[in-house]
Design a protein around this ligand. Structure first.
Ligand SMILES: [Zn+2]
Length: 214
């Protein structure tokens, strides 16, 4: 079963995808994580990403699609995958559809995780990231045991620039302009199921599981 977790920044797509991989026994397709891994291990594809990223350019859609195709062909993804944060635009979705068609599979369901802008801002601006190990805390929802220090590695906690309110608002505008139209694209195919993304992690996971089981 190929599932897209869809929603604005701060909806919890990545967090929920990680919880669902064990429950659904399929891997997570996070193009950001996968690109970082390819670069770090210096594969051919990684070197091609590197040439764009080091020049401060966007990696072309076709190259990202190649990475996704390669991942979907791996044995553990035969039964399906959870897409998190991809596709982000209509052209990406169209290209993904034709690639899936070639592999004789298709997107089965798009879970639209709904959350208000106020809630997004609250979640994202409260994040504090460990500079040592990358672990993410939240000042209210998952505070570190000792203030300003990571419980895993003792590293210093800082607020990423991406998590400042003005940046969150800008990302939301971009989401509305480029990504939100995907709901119409997948909605026309009858694939969209809406879930309330506000609540405890367990509650939201259960709602997504119900949505996927429909
Ligand atoms: Zn740490």
């Amino acid at each position: 079963m190929d599932v897209i977790l869809f929603g604005p920044p701060g909806a919890g797509k990545g967090t929920q995808a990680k919880r669902l991989i064990s429950q659904l026994s399929v891997p997570q397709i996070s193009t950001g994580d996968m690109m970082r891994a390819e670069r770090a291990s210096g594969t051919d594809l990684g070197k091609r990403f590197e040439s764009f990223m080091s020049a401060g350019k966007l990696v072309p859609d076709a190259l990202v699609l190649e990475l996704v195709e390669q991942r979907l062909k791996a044995e553990d993804a035969e039964a399906g995958a959870i897409f998190d944060g991809y596709p982000r635009t209509i052209p990406q979705a169209e290209a993904l559809d034709s690639m899936l068609d070639r592999l004789e599979r298709k997107i089965d369901v798009v879970v639209s995780m709904e959350i208000s802008l106020a809630e997004q801002i609250d979640r994202i601006t409260g994040r504090r990231t460990c500079v040592g190990c990358g672990h993410i805390y939240h000042v209210r929802y998952s505070p570190p045991p000792s203030e300003g220090r990571c419980a895993n590695c003792g590293g210093e906690l800082s607020q990423r620039k991406d998590d400042l309110e003005e940046v969150v608002r800008k990302r939301h505008e971009e989401y509305l302009a480029n990504t939100a139209p995907l709901l119409g694209y997948y909605g026309a195919k009858g694939l969209v199921v809406t879930v309330n993304a506000v609540g405890s992690l367990d509650d939201v996971t259960a709602r997504i599981r119900d949505a996927v089981a429909r």
